[in-house]
Design a binder for this molecule. Structure first.
Ligand SMILES: C[S@@+](CC[C@H](N)C(=O)[O-])C[C@H]1O[C@@H](n2cnc3c(N)ncnc32)[C@H](O)[C@@H]1O
Ligand code: SF4
Length: 451
């Protein structure tokens, strides 16, 4: 309990800090950086370096109350079909600026629910993408899958398009929790989906779980984890429930009185984390677990773990081209986000421009801070030797922050020569410590809780 008191005193339960899937974070983006910058960045791409591509599908047949993802409900496929028209038009705009020969090393479909697409639309979208950005020799295709919104024909279509990884939304298996978060999903349906994906040859299977949901207790979370382990995933993401009803209105349907308290929530994470590690998973960063032979675990051991908008990744591509409403592209020079609402996104594309409407141009100093924060989030350590190799002597500029952090987080973080290391006991504070390196903290955006 002494450790918990110290974590509390250092802000574990009170801090609202970013998850640092980018630096700077999206609230810092400005409307002054948009489609023109996006065009310049695309034109400057080096065809010798494969790019990653993200496609956002902002549609779901069901709208789960707990979900904070940017998505809209639909019972018919007609808005989805029009959306594919717009994505194809966006690809045509991108093709104008893309240097000849740029290849796609990775493709990820996220949402929303990409598996709302029937087989014909799966083939159509994949072929349209590959026609503009052909796959590189080494190509990986991953898809977020709602196990209640997929069937054998969709899985076969995805497999035909070379899907090699899948990420399944589970959240929790207890029906009382499922009812309270407006997302019902039987273990049997999930198991069927896992079997079909394995039969189709998917090599890496991720499952999403959430702790901090209504009615969860250590015992019920343990029971859910037990079931997840029986599905033999390669990776698990264990997200803390972000209750942000001011941003995601449907969360108002969740009774706040049923949410676990701060300390309970902390114990839920610890209990699930211990079970995954006892089952042989390696802990990855702040909220992932992976089997030792999975690419994420290998990347961590080799110091190659990275963090991007989808969370932890072994993808080292410097460029991510984001397609669809609200998607963010990352270039060497900065970030550009597409118009967020589907209507506004469509209007931009129909007007003949790229969809970027806000973004951020990175300075060399930003890049240094971004890399330091990424190192903390991935490796719990800022390694000065690697930083020096990437940035030269300017990385000395971080030394005063290291000093402040070591003093403020005594016993939890320590300065070792020119390095800063978060100790095992201090890991729950990682986002709070990373925020010390964030030069934009004062902009006052509201983030989810750190614990
Ligand atoms: C795009 S969604 C899942 C894909 C698919 N539509 C499904 O439902 O299975 C991605 C993941 O974000 C996580 N997520 C969504 N809202 C969240 C919240 N409020 N707090 C924490 N995690 C959340 C969930 O784990 C979810 O599986
Ligand atoms: S959890 Fe998945 S299915 Fe549910 S609303 Fe969010 S994106 Fe849609």
């Amino acid at each position: 309990m002494e450790n918990l008191d110290q974590l509390r005193a250092l802000g574990l339960f009170d801090s609202r800090v970013p998850r640092y899937t980018s630096y700077p974070t999206a609230p810092v983006f400005s409307p002054a950086v948009g489609a023109d910058f996006q065009a310049e960045c695309l034109e400057r791409l080096d065809p010798a370096k494969p790019v990653s591509v993200y496609v956002h599908i902002p549609f779901c047949e069901r709208l789960c109350w707990f979900c904070a993802c940017r998505t809209q409900g639909t019972k018919t496929l007609s808005p989805v079909e029009s959306y594919l028209d717009t994505i194809e038009a966006e690809l045509a705009h991108i093709a104008v600026h893309l240097p000849r020969g740029v290849r796609m090393g990775r493709l990820h479909w996220g949402g929303g629910t990409p598996t709302i697409l029937p087989p014909a639309m799966i083939h159509r979208l994949s072929q349209s993408l590959k026609a503009v950005i052909p796959p590189a020799e080494e190509f990986e295709f991953s898809v977020e899958i709602d196990p209640t919104m997929v069937d054998d024909a969709k899985i076969a279509a995805l497999k035909d398009e070379d899907m090699s990884r899948a990420s399944l939304g589970i959240q929790d298996f207890w029906d009382k929790v499922q009812k309270a978060i407006g997302r019902e999903q039987s273990f049997e349906a999930t198991e069927r989906c896992v079997r079909a994906l394995r039969d189709a040859g998917v090599v890496s299977l991720n499952t999403d779980l959430v702790y901090g949901l209504p009615y969860q207790t250590v015992d019920t979370v343990r029971a859910s984890v037990e079931k997840v382990l029986s599905l033999a995933p390669d990776r698990v993401a264990l997200f803390g429930y972000a209750h942000v009803p001011h941003m995601s209105k449907r969360q108002n349907l969740i009774d706040e009185a049923t949410l676990p308290g701060d300390v309970e929530r902390y114990h839920l994470f610890c209990a699930a984390s211990a079970m995954f590690q006892e089952a042989g998973f390696d802990a990855i960063g702040i909220d992932h677990f992976a089997r030792p032979d999975d690419g994420l675990a290998t990347a961590m051991r080799k110091g190659r773990l990275r963090r991007n908008f989808q969370g932890y990744t072994e993808d080292t591509c410097g460029t991510l081209i984001g397609l669809g409403a609200s998607s963010i592209s990352r270039f060497d020079g900065g970030y550009v986000q597409n118009a967020a609402a589907t209507g506004a996104y469509t209007q931009r594309i129909d007007a003949g421009t790229l969809a970027g409407y806000r973004g951020y141009c990175l300075t060399e100093q930003d890049k240094l801070h971004a890399r330091a924060i990424e190192m903390l989030m991935c490796d719990f350590r800022i390694d000065s030797r690697t930083l020096r190799a990437e940035f030269g002597d300017v990385c000395g500029a971080l030394a005063p922050i290291h000093g402040t952090v070591a003093a403020k987080f005594q016993g939890m973080a320590e300065q070792m020569g020119e390095d800063l290391r978060i100790r095992e006991e201090g890991r729950p504070l990682t986002r709070i410590i990373a925020a010390e390196y964030d030069q934009f903290r004062s902009i006052g955006a509201t983030f989810s809780r750190a614990s």
